[in-house]
Design a protein around this ligand. Sequence first.
Ligand code: UDX
Ligand code: UDX
Length: 461
Amino acid sequence: MIKTITCIGAGYVGGPTMAVMALKNPDIKFHIVDINQARIDAWMSDELPIYEPGLYEVVKEARGKNLFFSTDVKGAIKEADMIFISVNTPTKKYGIGKGRAADLKYVELCARQIAEYSENDKIVVEKSTLPVRTAQSIKKILKSTGSGVKFQVLSNPEFLAEGTAIDDLMKPDRVLIGGDQDEAGLAAIDQLVKVYNAWIPRERILTTNIWSSELSKLTANAFLAQRISSINAISALCEATGADVEEVAHAIGTDSRIGPKFLKSSVGFGGSCFQKDILNLVYLCEFFGLHEVARYWEQVVVMNDYQKTRFGSKIISTLFNTVSGKKIAFLGWAFKKDTNDTRESAAIYVADQLLQDEANIAVYDPQVPEDRMYMDMEELETRPMDVNKKRLTLCEDAYEACKDAHAIAIMTEWDEFKTLDWQRIFDNMKKPAFLFDGRLILDPKKLGEIGFEVYTLGKGK
Ligand code: UDX
Ligand code: UDX
């Protein structure tokens, strides 16, 4: 019987996942631990560290009852029967596999801490997305303690999408649990199945061997991203031929074999997962000598980069081949709506491209704080920070960002952008007033009537 569950890593995945699990399993005690004190403090306050619709209500309900946040990693490991590893696994920025392989240093650190502090048998669950066969490394570290404590390692990848995390957790299409197929492994799988079965029907909980589970996560993200790159590739062709990418997406999406989801053309996918996981897959294929397979998947990322650059170039060429000294308003900085997460957001790369051309950019995003935006730019290391700060500013609202702008670029599909007073915005802009819709959320006809020169991605003239 599982009495206490600990999760290491209180991020976008660990936080919401454990909060929902705690809500649905009132008899199990949940500890979420993190090395970041400020993050833990925020989880215990009324202002959670991540913006996610419905999350606060869930946290409030369980917090202090059976859900606890702290930085006491050691104590929480000792007490747990089951430990989720949910630390981040960014793309490696150094050494072998740089720019492709996942950096597993945090995962390894967790495994070492678990090995060091554990006094009784435990089930260790990989929640972080990991390259296939990582469980092997974790097992090796856990086995080397010589303390006699036994560990079972399971893979339980997360499929939630940010912005809809609570819904995805409450009603998942499926839950996937991978483990060893021997007696002890199957028993451990069964324990985790019970935790999920508290609110998810048994037939939606899939169990597999551990390698299939690890690989399924990478494959799911690769397939999803591939659909976006496919429709984005077609968006370029639509513009060239006079077709309309939304009409094409609708026409193909009604074929039940294709389906309508993830066919929304955009300025490019972002987020912490898609690019990282595909690069990871590519690295894995290379490692096993499967070069054609590697090239195949790599193209999804190449197409995504092309889409971002294509959008930036379109802005520059439309503004008479230069944006130098011109004010460009960015509506949106997050990688999608309903999140304050900006990791790999297309806005970062398009901003970088326009700053190279000496544009001044005024950004408005309902959730992203200023320091996050500057950190995003700093990570690119393209130019000194003071230049970023001089040329890139964050505004309080959309009207301020668009005032006296030469052009507006819709970078994130926030709902509130649809209902802005576009006449007022037009009146306060430089003319001709250009508008570039990178998310296909605005009505080009109506805006055209106001007087805007509208470019909508994937809509040929
Ligand atoms: C998750 C997954 O774990 C990752 O593999 C997936 O690809 C993306 O989603 P996420 O929850 O989004 O990561 O990451 P993040 O929000 O950065 O949270 C990770 C947390 O782990 C951070 O709060 C960090 O402080 C914490 N951490 C990191 C530790 O507590 N210990 C460490 O050693 C390293
Ligand atoms: C993704 C997966 O969906 C989820 O299952 C996995 O657990 C983590 O990675 P996430 O990155 O949070 O989730 O959001 P998602 O909704 O998948 O969007 C990713 C990016 O693709 C965003 O930038 C989004 O704007 C873009 N996107 C999505 C499109 O451009 N078009 C679409 O049709 C869908």
